[in-house]
Design a protein around this ligand. Structure first.
Ligand SMILES: Cc1ncc(COP(=O)(O)O)c(C=O)c1O
Length: 390
């Protein structure tokens, strides 16, 4: 038996991830302008919509023109299917234990599945028989990622199995790029070459492949030649392009908290675990009740600014000392008018005075912690209430 964890009442929680679905809609629309008419857009909404809420992200992306939704786990695909959205769904990551439980219903719901090994194909075939429905299968080809996917010399055998099994239908062939965020890296072209020859061998076995897909956000932005039948952007839809671009994209998540206390300290006052920081002048410190258990990366301690909305306007303040589990300290400066209860923007769109200071971004926090914005966004934990803006 699994015991549900009681949810905290959002009214009692100081920390909010404000989600702006219109940003996801507009970002999707902007990415769509790069595509030829015959290319479809699959919004990747795995990992709970990169932390934004899977259904919120899915609905917003569909409004922006997405006709496909992509998720790693079949359980997520099922949740999307039950929401009865106007989009085809693809799911690509499962192991035998959960596959046996969930795949029959996933297939019965009309979801497409990816297979990356002969064993996965056998599981799908078994589930399709149980569901009494022909499974729409996308063959994942490992062209250098070394994760999910069949190797080139397995293609013909997989193709023959697909052709001979009445419960399987070859719907697509796809691969995932290792290095598209570095357009100068020759790895992308090497992968595409392998993919194309694998597709030719696959088509020899099963006939024309209806859907070929390769491109993530970076390749959608930089490689129109790789758009093929559909593109699979994720991070760009949430406002964080992984490559420099003129396409207008804006962050969809703003993480906020509020000051719990303000105190004046003298020069030489140490702050936090390990005394990572000691004040070099008298100042006012603000305590903010958000920490690494909420998703801030401890490795980014003492390296990023927050934005504080005080009675006299917005002010940036550096986060100082080690990030704790539940709290951080910010250096407000000796003359600060910040008070307990003032809003603190960790990252995102603070929506203040256009001429005033802006909040940090998930990119800033990622750089501070030596990671990527994907991890910053998906790390915002379950105890942070998602507030969907309307
Ligand atoms: C298979 C697959 N396709 C597409 C994406 C989307 O990638 P990005 O968020 O870089 O656009 C991901 C995300 O990691 C993925 O795993």
């Amino acid at each position: 038996m699994t015991i549900p964890i009681p949810a905290e009442d959002p009214r009692h929680v100081p920390n909010l991830a404000m989600i702006d679905p219109s940003a996801i809609t507009e970002n999707t629309r902007a990415m769509g302008t790069l595509l030829e008419e015959q290319t479809a857009l699959m919004a990747v909404v795995k990992a709970d919509g990169y932390g934004h809420g899977m259904l919120t992200a899915a609905r917003a992306a569909i409004e922006g023109g997405a006709t496909w939704l992509g998720v790693a786990h079949p359980a997520s695909a099922l949740a999307l299917a039950r929401a009865d959205l106007d989009a085809q769904i693809l799911t690509w990551l499962f192991e035998p234990h959960t596959a046996r439980i969930v795949l029959p219903e996933v297939l019965a719901s009309g979801v497409d599945v990816s297979v990356g090994s002969p064993e996965m194909l056998a599981l799908v075939s078994e589930a399709a028989r149980q569901a009494d429905r022909r499974a729409r299968v996308h063959l994942k080809i490992d062209t250098g990622m070394g994760r999910n996917g069949v190797l080139p010399w397995q293609i013909r055998e997989m193709g023959a199995t697909l052709r001979e099994d009445d419960f399987l239908q070859a719907t697509g062939a796809w691969t995932h790029l290792t290095s598209a965020d570095d357009p100068s890296d020759p790895a992308t072209d090497q992968q595409v070459e392998l993919f194309d020859s694998a597709c030719a061998a696959f088509a020899d076995e099963v006939g024309p492949i209806p859907l070929q897909h390769i491109a993530n956000s970076a390749a959608t932005l930089t490689r129109p030649d790789l758009h093929r039948d559909l593109v699979r952007p994720g991070i760009a839809l949430y406002g964080y392009p992984p490559v420099p671009t003129d396409v207008p994209l804006r962050p969809a998540m703003t993480l906020t908290s509020r000051i719990a206390l303000v105190k004046e300290v003298p020069e030489g006052h140490s702050i936090g675990y390990g005394r990572m920081r000691t004040t070099t002048r008298p100042t006012r410190l603000g305590l903010v009740p958000i920490g690494y258990a909420d998703g801030l990366h401890r490795a980014g301690s003492d390296r990023c600014d927050v934005l504080v909305r005080t009675a006299s306007g917005d002010r940036r303040a550096p986060q100082v000392g080690r990030i704790s589990m539940d709290q951080i300290v910010i250096d407000l400066g000796a003359d600060s008018e910040a008070r307990p209860g003032d809003e603190v923007f960790l990252f995102g769109d603070a929506g203040g005075d256009p001429g005033g200071p802006s909040a940090s971004t998930a990119d800033d926090w990622a750089a501070a912690a030596g990671t990527i914005p994907y991890e910053v966004l998906t790390s915002v934990s379950g105890r942070v209430t998602r507030k969907v803006l309307s």
